[in-house]
Design a protein around this ligand. Sequence first.
Ligand code: HEM
Ligand SMILES: *[C@@H]1O[C@H](CO)[C@@H](O)[C@H](O)[C@H]1NC(C)=O
Length: 471
Amino acid sequence: MHFSFETIPTFVWVFIAIYIVHWINKPRLSKNEPPMVSYKIPIIGHTLDYLFNAENFLAKCRQQYGDPFNIYVFGQVTTIAGNEFAHEVYRSDVFSKESASQDSFPLHRVLKILEYPETSDQFIKTVREQFVAKLPLYTGRMQKQLMISINKEIGDCSNPKLIITTNGIFSSIIARPIADTLVGQEISKNEDVVKAFADFTKDFISILRHVITLKKHLKPVLEKRLKDKEILGDKYEPPLDTIEYLLNDPEYGTKVITDDYLNKICEFVYVIVVASIFTSAHHIAFALYDFAGRPELWDDIYEEQERIDKECNGELSPQHINKMVKLDSFVRESLRTGGSALMHIPHKCLESYTCKNGMTIPKGRMVKTYLKDIHYNATAYGPEPRSFLPYHGLENKFPATKIDKNYFVFGSGKHACPGRFFAVNEIKIGMHKLILNYHIKTPSGKIEKKVHLGPLTLPPVAGLIFENRKK
Ligand code: HEM
Ligand SMILES: *[C@@H]1O[C@H](CO)[C@@H](O)[C@H](O)[C@H]1NC(C)=O
């Protein structure tokens, strides 16, 4: 061993540097905070457990520390809200998901419209009045668009065909009906527009390109509609879609299509694309893998779809969709067990908050909802809450859209997802058509494993085997 004089100060400096970094990043807790889960390595904290072993790690913390508890990840203290505390977070205005998402993902830099707080109300209103209130009127169009997508993306499978599902195939399937509802029947036929919607959340790098694509196609359509309206007056028959709704809105309406106006409408449309396509695509993928891996359910669910298909002669009405009770229950269960351990969107605490149990959450703290703790609840789902209970919703009369204390996939309270009726409808129609047309299997013949990425869960990557049903 020989230390030169130089190496000694180097050690000291490294030590001081680590100490300072640690001091800067040291989790600072205020009084009466939720308990901090203990950790051994400074700076790193729980980051490794969070990245590589999230489900077990969180379950252990929950058992040992109760609810809520604090963890230290990526140099930041995060409060984890389980079954008890999450309901409080969703009920209080002190916790804001808008503020949290601005911090964690700067989408508002590109979609400027997100910087204005009042637009959030306009989105919610638009989804309620356009997507949900008019849902029955969209049923016919939705199934037509879904069939176009299915034929294009899956097509003829006279011989069994392995379909790769990791390349955005479900986004493409889901994007078409959403494009139809958002920008209308003229433009949603355009493959560039459908692709711009489907890819929007896949490559954020190309966001600006996607906005330009939509602007280009939207301009002539909006101009024509304004002109028609002027010429036809009362005889003008307004098309049913979101851009028409916005054109007639007191705040979003216009008499001339300027570039600013086009930007505003395009951004508005893309915010709804972000909220709707990725989530729906994700969950239809989970649902198909759940179905494909469980042969014991195939006949029962197929029978229901076949009976309804005969009844409606292939043209579903809202009443027929309501009759898909087994499929609805299956989808609900897939939504309950498919989601991530933690909810994707965190909430930020806007001012110091005292919980019912007396603990204090300091201003600025990020709070993440521990979805699995809410969903895997033995009181609500019996002794094995982690198992797949396809008819739990049917037996208990809980439709897939109904929010409940232990069914939190759409959030809860006044900010619960307003698009859930649309989403569940779309997933059900898509599943109905797929199950009617194809036998769907997993390559292994068993339930395929989901992919875990830190606390997030993604659909399996094995692919699905489709084979035409003989009619
Ligand atoms: C399976 C598909 C979907 C899932 C799992 C889902 C889930 C959620 C969740 C968890 C929230 C946030 C609740 C919260 O943290 O406060 C939310 C909010 C929202 N979702 Fe969805 N969503 C889906 C589909 C859709 C669709 C299709 C639309 C639009 C047509 C939509 C529009 C919105 C909007 C506008 C909000 C904001 C509501 C508010 O802040 O008051 N979502 N969604
Ligand atoms: C299950 O959920 C109910 C209602 O939210 C709650 O009262 C109960 O404590 C939960 N059980 C467990 C084991 O978390």
